[in-house]
Design a protein around this ligand. Structure first.
Ligand code: ATP
Ligand code: MG
Length: 291
């Protein structure tokens, strides 16, 4: 199974898996996961959001009560259940959700003694990834075994960066981890993009961090900037993505713009791959992406 999925996923551009990660806490991982998932779902994409954080914030922010769910990523990683039985429809948010809650803390510990502990999420997702255009994984604020599982499963890493003091501190540890996972488990893994979050243009530091990011990462830095916006902070307490809570807010607009940029980049990437294949004289079996 893994083998055929491996080859398919490179070709079709379907079932792309994205890990939203940064081991720094409170930088906007969950806000980005929920709002980008909702914005892509709004454009008609089929999206699965995986909450891989024991805090369960992405679950609550998707309108699902983390205290009431019976099956989570924990059951999946432990091999207790088939992934399809753990996936819920987060109707208020517009996408499917694999919920997370405090049970995931146990998964982190129990995984340490299991075989193939880095590849368990990847193996589970392989059964459903082609049911979706995009699978997004909201990671915990740590480079623990849950994050490693997300990186081992992903095609791309989306790194939210809060443009304040020490924003870049810890980034090299994250990049080292990405490199190690690429070498050991997942050669397809790429840095998808760096996203500036909670941006305050009046803050001089924000501009300086922005410049540094461009110096180090060039066009991997998304052009879209997520501003600091109170609606983005309020929406989770209503169990809604910002675009369902206040579509006219700057926060909701910014994530819709990010979805647009994301789709454009995907289309460009698909085109580039197509040209590469044509140059190698391969027969194309590609379905065009929706973009
Ligand atoms: P953790 O590391 O704990 O998982 P995180 O990286 O997932 O945190 P979030 O939970 O998304 O970060 O955001 C941290 C806090 O900042 C939350 O209260 C969230 O509502 C708020 N927040 C996130 N993005 C914005 C924004 N653009 N404007 C205003 N508030 C924001
Ligand atoms: Mg979070």
């Amino acid at each position: 199974m893994t083998q055929s999925v491996q080859s398919e996923r490179g070709l079709t551009g379907m079932g792309r898996i994205l890990a939203v990660t940064n081991q720094k806490g409170g930088v906007g991982k969950t806000t980005t996961s929920v709002n980008l998932a909702a914005s892509l779902a709004e454009t008609g994409r089929r999206v699965l959001l995986v909450d891989l954080d024991a805090q369960g914030n992405a679950t609550m922010g998707s309108g699902v009560n983390k205290y009431e769910v019976t099956l989570t990523g924990y059951d999946l990683l432990m091999g207790h259940v088939d992934i399809r039985s753990a996936i819920l429809k987060a109707d208020a948010a517009g996408y499917d959700l694999l919920p997370g809650n405090a049970d995931l803390t146990a998964a982190e510990v129990e995984l340490m003694t299991r075989d193939d502990r880095e590849r368990r999420l990847r193996a589970s997702l392989s059964y459903v990834q082609n049911d979706y255009d995009l699978v997004m994984i909201d990671c915990p604020p740590s480079l623990n075994m849950l994050t490693i599982n997300a990186l081992a499963a992903a095609h791309g890493v989306l790194i939210p960066i809060q443009c304040e003091y020490y924003a870049l501190e810890g980034l090299s540890a994250l990049l080292d981890t990405v490199e190690r996972v690429r070498a050991a488990v997942n050669p397809e893994l790429q840095i998808e993009g760096l996203l500036r979050t909670m941006y305050d243009a009046r803050n001089r530091l924000a501009g300086e961090v922005s410049v540094q990011l461009h110096e180090h990462f060039g066009n991997k830095v998304y052009r879209t900037i997520i501003p600091r916006n109170v609606r983005l902070a309020e929406a989770p307490s209503h169990g809604l993505p910002a675009l369902r809570y206040d579509k006219s807010s700057r926060g909701a607009s910014a994530y819709l713009a990010l979805a647009g940029e994301f789709i454009r980049r995907e289309a460009e990437e698909a085109q580039r791959r197509e040209q590469e294949r044509a140059a190698h004289g391969e027969h194309s079996t590609t379905q065009t992406s929706h973009a």
